[in-house]
Design a protein around this ligand. Structure first.
Ligand SMILES: Cc1cc2nc3c(=O)[nH]c(=O)nc-3n(C[C@H](O)[C@H](O)[C@H](O)COP(=O)(O)OP(=O)(O)OC[C@H]3O[C@@H](n4cnc5c(N)ncnc54)[C@H](O)[C@@H]3O)c2cc1C
Length: 343
């Protein structure tokens, strides 16, 4: 390939989404990652694409809504070009309605009508409407139709294959060519911390499990702080732990606690076998928002980091705004997402 227009360092979901947005606009792109696509936080198993609560609207929620609404066509095109299934579907989500929570849930439902632009609903429903509701069929649930799911590891593999199909290059090492963007997750946060007196970001470990429970079209469940996410392939993911202090990336007793809690919160999981245990490091910036824009350490280069707990939900829009900046010099990044917000 001739010289690349864009070099993306890091083949997690942020790097791959930026690379894809640039390739779609006709740029020659190389992606460089010593460990290959999905080697970091993005090679996981949970894949809940869940919205913020529809209230107290701000730039971050608006950006996320855009991204969630872009996801369907984004992943359909990736599936089409690559021939691989990212496992995307907007199957919705159920949350048990807490005692005394009906008025608040209803108010959020009204707010959602405007904030979600009529594109999805947030409503209180009878649990009996659903085949496998949380908390049994007797009660009520909050049902939203905006939440979707995908399979993170497969979504990365599909994006990588789509990039190759469109002529991009993915390699383990190489020199910078063209405009350079670093999307190296926890590694770049460590470099930023080393160069600043304050902590710019920190990796937050998460552990999750994949269960042998097939409910492929059923809404995902959010109960007891846990995501229970049925996948297309007949598995169901549960997660995750949130660990600031940890010693290595192995799975331990904390995950067994999550599995036990999920089994008791959601009866269909009671007899399900654990197929896989997985842990990763969520890149969290100090502001907790994504860090998008000029790279604070490398003059002339760019950064896409800070996906934290919703990197997959944000990815389509992150790709779009970074391609605007890299290819057209157009800055459409919300102020709260600038790297300076965490410096
Ligand atoms: C347990 C768990 C559950 C999660 N659940 C969800 C969820 O349900 N929904 C959701 O949206 N998000 C979820 N997330 C968050 C999501 O996984 C992250 O926000 C996202 O993966 C971050 O992507 P990234 O591309 O920034 O980082 P990463 O995926 O970590 O990618 C960074 C890449 O950079 C590479 N790299 C490192 N150093 C270099 C270098 N010097 N040069 C080149 N490349 C380098 C690494 O090999 C890696 O591939 C979860 C995370 C965890 C851990």
């Amino acid at each position: 390939m001739a010289m690349a227009d864009i070099t993306v360092r890091g083949a997690g979901i942020f790097g791959l989404a930026v690379a894809w947005a640039c390739v779609r606009r006709g740029a020659a792109v190389q992606v460089i990652d010593p460990f290959g696509p999905g080697a970091g936080a993005s090679g996981g198993i949970v894949g809940a694409l869940a919205p913020h609560v529809p209230e107290n609207w701000n730039d971050k929620k608006a950006f996320q809504l855009d991204s969630l609404l872009m996801a369907k066509s984004f992943w359909a095109e990736v599936a089409d070009v690559s021939g691989h299934a990212p496992g995307y579907a907007r199957t919705g989500r159920l949350q048990p309605l807490e005692p005394g929570g009906a008025a608040l849930a209803a108010a959020r439902g009204v707010a959602a009508q405007t904030l979600w632009q009529g594109r999805a609903v947030w409503r209180v429903a009878d649990a009996a409407e659903f085949a496998h509701p949380p908390g049994g069929a007797g009660g009520q649930v909050i049902h939203d139709t905006l939440t979707a799911r995908l399979h993170p590891g497969r979504a990365c593999a599909a994006l990588a294959a789509a990039l190759l199909a469109k002529g991009a290059v993915i390699r383990t090492e190489g020199a910078d060519e063209g405009r350079v963007i670093r999307a190296t997750g926890a590694a770049d946060l460590a470099a930023l911390n080393a160069a600043h007196s304050r902590q710019v970001g920190s990796p937050i470990k998460g552990q999750a499990a994949l269960m042998d429970l097939a409910l492929p079209d059923h809404p995902q469940i959010f109960a007891g702080g846990m995501h229970i996410v049925p996948h297309e392939d007949g598995t169901t993911a549960i997660g995750s732990t949130t660990e600031r202090d940890f010693d290595g990336l192995h799975c331990d007793a904390l995950l067994e606690d999550v599995i036990a809690a999920a089994r008791s919160a959601y009866p269909p999981l009671q007899e399900a076998r654990v197929i896989r245990r997985w842990a990763g490091l969520r890149p969290r910036s100090r502001s907790r928002a994504p860090m998008l824009g000029a790279h604070p350490l490398h003059p002339g280069q760019f950064i896409a980091n800070g996906g934290f707990k919703i990197g997959f939900g944000m990815a389509p829009k992150v790709g779009q705004v970074m391609a605007d900046l890299l290819l057209e010099g157009r800055d459409t990044i919300p102020d709260g997402f600038r790297p300076e917000a965490s410096l």
